[in-house]
Design a protein around this ligand. Structure first.
Ligand SMILES: C[S@@+](CC[C@H](N)C(=O)[O-])C[C@H]1O[C@@H](n2cnc3c(N)ncnc32)[C@H](O)[C@@H]1O
Length: 221
């Protein structure tokens, strides 16, 4: 589908992983690692969203823009038009707007909207407005509380039956967040097998109906 756009995305990724550098808006050279994921994990992310046949996605944490391009490539496998929203309050301050540059060079500016705002402010607003996403990628603040709040709102913004994907399984905080949502909220862990590039992510399947819980429900996790 839309080879021109797919080619642009592919060449941005090829160049980034070849040079291991990206260039920010004012010309700063920014290392792909350690902030960016490996090429193999990015390709696994593309496969994940492609398998979901998603028509849109929400991303918390634009950063370098690499995951945004991997996710977009997955959607472009089966549709030309899609909408996405990515959030990052520090895109300008900490990253010299390199993620926005990446999106621009990949030709995704029309499809991927960006908000320079904290996810903890944007997600409740979206939930209140009734927004629903087919695929949610959580890769913003990595403190337990940030990842918890993002995942909490993700359960309210995710289409029933869809996937919420948390980056950085290696972090205890991320594992603990996932453990709460599988043990208390009924999300199902559908992560890739250990030893595969996709195992970097914790993939949580949202049930068709979130469970009704008693006021004092709590399962130790
Ligand atoms: C690991 S980086 C994301 C990397 C990106 N997914 C990529 O592939 O290039 C985490 C990003 O989350 C952003 N971030 C931190 N706190 C945030 C918050 N409260 N809301 C949204 N984004 C946040 C940071 O500025 C940073 O760009």
């Amino acid at each position: 589908m839309e080879p021109a756009l797919t080619d642009r995305c592919a060449s941005v990724l090829a160049e980034a992983y070849e040079s291991k550098k990206l260039v920010g808006r004012s010309g700063t050279s920014i290392d792909v690692f350690p902030t960016g994921m490996t090429r193999a994990s990015g390709d696994a992310l593309t496969d994940l969203i492609a398998n979901e046949k998603a028509a849109n996605f929400l991303e918390v944490g634009l950063g370098l823009g690499l995951s945004t391009v991997f996710l977009s490539l997955g959607i472009l496998r089966h549709r030309e038009k899609f909408d996405a929203l990515t959030l990052d309050p520090f895109q300008e301050r900490d990253w010299d707007s390199v993620g926005l540059e990446t999106i621009g060079r990949a030709g995704l500016t029309e499809r991927v909207k960006f908000e320079k705002q904290y996810s903890e402010y944007v997600l409740p607003r979206l939930a209140e407005a009734g927004a629903i996403f087919d695929f949610i990628f959580v890769d913003g603040g990595h403190l337990f509380d940030n990842a918890f709040v993002d995942t909490f709102y993700a359960t309210r913004l995710a289409r029933p039956g869809s996937l919420i994907v948390l980056d950085d399984r290696w972090m205890s905080a991320v594992q603990r967040v996932a453990a709460f949502f599988t043990s208390n909220i009924g999300l199902v862990d559908e992560s890739a097998a250990k030893g595969t590039p996709g195992h970097r992510f914790i993939c949580l399947r949202v049930p068709q109906d979130l469970p009704t819980r008693k006021w004092d429900h709590y399962v130790a996790f």
